[in-house]
Ligand binder design. Structure first.
Ligand code: GLC
Length: 451
């Protein structure tokens, strides 16, 4: 009843009004047309916003907390100034490679469109490629351009014949030492690990409050790098490259682990080193509390900056020691730039990557943050060699750096190895023979799952 009455009330005035307008003109219809036009305009405006974004007004860059934040601020400022209207939004992940991996892959698993460019550790290529998270860059990064980079980093970014990352900087483990303290005792940088332990003993005996060595032995990716260096220097392996079988139960690998547990942890280095990542271990060295320090190239700038370091000007750099009969081997590390497959801004993402990896920015990163360039010819640059003379020597170490195992299952393998190393190093009672057999078996199982 009520509905009928309402309809009646509405129809009557409409009819009355219509008679006051020219024929064919219907205010109701006009209002509807107006409404449709309004909606269309608004949605075009919306599309405009979307289009603006798609044209790259906002670029989302997933990165970690840098050691030299001011350098990254400067780089982003330059990019934004050269691309008016573009804003780079940096999302800062954790410093640890392992935690960074977990957060980044969470976003990728969720197919987040709020992610355009990300940093990738050199060991993630296979996983990111196999999962389809990183875009293949072959069209944008052709072989002619790849040939300007160190071959080992290009190889590390390649999986199944395609390239997935542009190498931003290269890392290799190096030995930092206190030039002044070695000179005081008439010592030269140690060539073997037993020699390092002996020298550290001599120096620390006369120096209160100073430890012999600092490095990274917490349970995370850095532990793999450090332990791999000891193991390779003793002619051992993590995985046999020829057979693809786990090699941690082999004698050279077991001996190296035993050496670290008996001679390094709680002896040459403080026991607290079991909780150290790069920043904590570097802090010990720059505070003047360690004679020797294992770290990546960036530590050079930090250790020689008088505003942050008590040992500026007193630092020497050398290849990592070997074991008698073995050879010095450094882990290949470093960070690459990748584009998310789910990015809606792929063209702008590529512009950003091309900018970051350009000779100009690699040079800036080398000069201001002592990050080692991945482009070969930058090593002949006079400005760089004047500020970073260590790069001349380091170049050899970069070329011969040892990659960690390549597998889409690398994070899982790494996790298994991290737990083994951590158990073996922290428990004096841990039976390394038994534990190493167990970890090798666990790795074998994972390796059979790899495609
Ligand atoms: C550095 C290296 C990286 C490695 C990490 C371990 O960031 O570049 O490759 O995985 O250290 O802590």
């Amino acid at each position: 009843m009520r509905r009928r009455r309402r309809r009646g009330r509405r129809e009557a005035p409409m009819d009355r009004i219509s008679s006051r307008y020219p024929e064919g003109f219907r205010p109701g219809r006009t209002a509807a047309v107006f409404l449709v036009l309004l909606v269309l305009c608004l949605s075009f405006a919306g599309c405009g916003q979307e289009a603006k974004k798609a044209n790259g007004q906002i670029l989302r860059f997933y990165t970690w907390k840098p050691n030299q934040p001011e350098v990254w601020e400067e780089i982003v400022r330059i990019f934004e100034a050269e691309h008016p209207g573009v804003k780079v939004w940096r999302e800062i992940g954790p410093h640890s490679s392992t935690s960074f991996h977990d957060l980044l892959t969470q976003k990728l698993k969720n197919r987040s469109k709020y992610l355009d460019v990300f940093l990738m550790d050199v060991v993630w290529t296979a996983e990111f490629a196999a999962a389809g998270w990183a875009l293949a860059l072959d069209d944008r990064f052709p072989r002619t351009e790849q040939s300007r980079y160190f071959a080992n980093v290009i190889q590390a970014n390649t999986y199944g014949g395609k390239i997935y990352g542009v190498p931003l900087y290269i890392d290799t483990g190096m030995l930092y030492y206190r030039k002044d303290l070695l000179a005081k005792h008439r010592l030269t940088p140690p060539k073997t690990w037993p020699e390092l332990v002996r020298q550290a003993g001599i120096i620390t005996a006369g120096e209160p409050d100073i430890y012999g060595f600092s490095a990274q032995f917490k349970q995370y990716e850095g532990l793999i790098c450090n332990m791999m260096e000891f193991i390779l220097a003793n002619r051992g392996r993590l995985i046999h490259p020829e057979t693809g079988k786990a090699a941690l139960a082999d004698q050279p690998a077991r001996e190296a682990v035993q050496f670290v547990r008996n001679q390094i942890i709680g002896k040459t280095a403080p026991a607290g080193i079991l909780a150290y990542e790069e920043p904590e271990s570097l802090a010990l060295f720059v505070q003047g509390k360690a004679v020797f320090h294992r770290n990546w190239p960036y530590a050079w700038e930090a250790a020689n900056d008088p505003s942050r370091s008590r040992v500026a000007g007193k630092v020497g750099i050398a290849p990592l020691p070997a074991f008698p009969g073995g050879a010095s081997r450094a882990a290949l590390g470093g960070w690459q730039l990748g584009i998310s497959r789910y990015s809606e801004n792929k063209e702008l993402a590529w512009k950003f990557i091309a900018f970051l990896s350009s000779p100009r920015i690699q040079k800036l990163l080398a000069l201001k943050a002592s990050l080692a360039p991945t482009r070969k010819d930058i090593y002949d640059d006079r400005d760089i060699l004047a500020v970073c003379p260590q790069f001349r020597e380091m170049k050899r170490a970069f070329v011969s750096a040892a990659p960690r195992p390549v597998s889409p299952l690398y994070p899982a393998l790494s996790n298994v190895m991290q737990r083994y190393f951590s158990r073996a190093l922290s428990g004096a009672a841990a039976d390394i023979n038994r534990e190493s057999l167990a970890v090798a078996a666990e790795m074998e199982q994972l390796l059979t799952l790899a495609p």
